[in-house]
Design a protein around this ligand. Structure first.
Ligand SMILES: [Zn+2]
Length: 267
C-alpha cells in the first residue's frame, strides 16, 4: 500500500485494480466483520483501520494505492499506519476544511445493539459500550476525539476474535489471514496471544477505533456525539446512512486548513 498526497476536496480515494473508489458510505457493499468499498468493478476490504488512522490524525485528502483487494492487516490495529504517516509527514492545504455538524439525534438498532449520533458542542465525542460473555464482559469507554487522544488511547488497540468462531469464518472465506500476529484471540476466557493485552479494555478501545474509521465514510469529519451499545461495522455504516437519509448532517466550513499526506510505501 502507498499513501500519496491529494489536492483539497479529493477526499480519501482508494486506487485498486485500475479503479478509483471514494471512501464514501454510498460505496460500502459489505460490513460483516470488516468494511468493504466497491466501485468501478473493483473492491477494497478492511478499510476501517486505515480510515481510522487518517481520520484520527485529521487527514482529509489522500490517495491510497493498493495492489490487492484488501488493506494490509498489519498488527490488527492502526499503529503501523500512524507510524508511516508520522514518518512521511502531512502538509496543510490552503483550502478550508469541511465538516458535517449533527443537527438532530439519529439512531439505528438491530435488536441486540444500537448506535446514535446527537448534536454536541464541538468536535466528535465517542461513548462506546460492548457486552460479551466471559472474559470481555461489559466494557464502556468515552473520549473526545483529538489526534492526541486517538494516538494515546485507540491507535494500537487490536482486532479480536474467538477461537470457536474461526472454523465457521474460514468456511465462509472470512478472516482467512487472522492469526495471533494480527488478532487478539480468545479461547474461552484465555487470551492466547503470548504478549497478552495492550490495555485491560483493549476490546472496547478497538470498537472505538472501528467507529472512527466507519464514520469517516460520511465524507467529512463529523461534529457530534456518537454513542453505541453492542455496535459494529454494520450499525456504524447504517447510522451514517440514516443520518444522510434524514438530513441531520449539515455541511459547513471550518476554521482549520485541510491536510494531505505523503508517505513512503508501508512494509
Ligand atoms: Zn477493527
Amino acid at each position: 500500500m502507498n499513501l500519496s498526497p491529494a489536492a483539497a476536496d479529493t477526499g480519501i480515494v482508494f486506487s485498486a485494480a485500475g479503479a478509483d473508489i471514494l471512501a464514501d458510505w454510498r460505496n460500502v457493499d459489505a460490513t460483516q466483520l470488516r468494511t468493504r468499498l466497491t466501485g468501478e468493478g473493483a473492491s477494497v476490504s478492511t478499510v476501517e483501520h486505515l480510515l481510522a488512522a487518517l481520520s484520527g490524525l485529521r487527514i482529509d485528502n489522500v490517495l491510497v494505492e493498493v495492489n490487492a483487494d484488501e488493506i494490509p492487516a498489519m498488527d490488527g490495529s492502526a499503529a503501523a499506519f500512524v507510524a508511516a504517516i508520522d514518518e512521511a509527514g502531512v502538509v496543510a492545504l490552503s483550502a478550508r476544511c469541511r465538516f458535517l455538524r449533527v443537527t438532530a439525534p439519529v439512531r439505528v438498532s438491530d435488536g441486540a445493539g444500537w448506535a446514535e449520533l446527537a448534536p454536541s458542542g464541538g468536535g466528535l465525542t465517542l461513548d462506546v459500550e460492548i457486552a460479551f460473555e466471559g472474559r470481555i464482559g461489559r466494557q464502556r469507554r468515552a473520549l473526545k476525539l483529538t489526534p492526541e487522544a486517538f494516538r494515546r488511547e485507540l491507535a494500537c488497540a487490536r482486532s479480536f476474535g474467538f477461537l470457536r468462531d474461526a472454523e465457521r469464518l474460514w468456511r465462509n472465506g472470512l478472516a482467512l489471514g487472522a492469526s495471533l500476529e494480527n488478532t487478539v484471540v480468545l479461547d474461552g476466557d484465555a487470551v492466547l496471544n503470548p504478549q497478552g493485552l495492550r490495555f485491560g479494555d483493549e476490546f472496547v478501545r478497538h470498537k472505538m477505533l472501528d467507529v472512527v474509521g466507519d464514520l469517516t465514510l460520511a465524507g467529512a469529519p463529523i461534529i457530534g456525539a456518537f454513542r453505541s451499545f453492542r455496535g459494529g461495522h454494520a450499525l456504524n455504516v447504517a447510522l451514517v446512512r440514516a443520518a444522510m437519509r434524514e438530513g441531520v448532517l449539515a455541511l459547513e466550513g471550518g476554521g482549520r486548513a485541510a491536510k494531505r499526506s505523503a508517505s513512503r510505501p508501508s512494509p
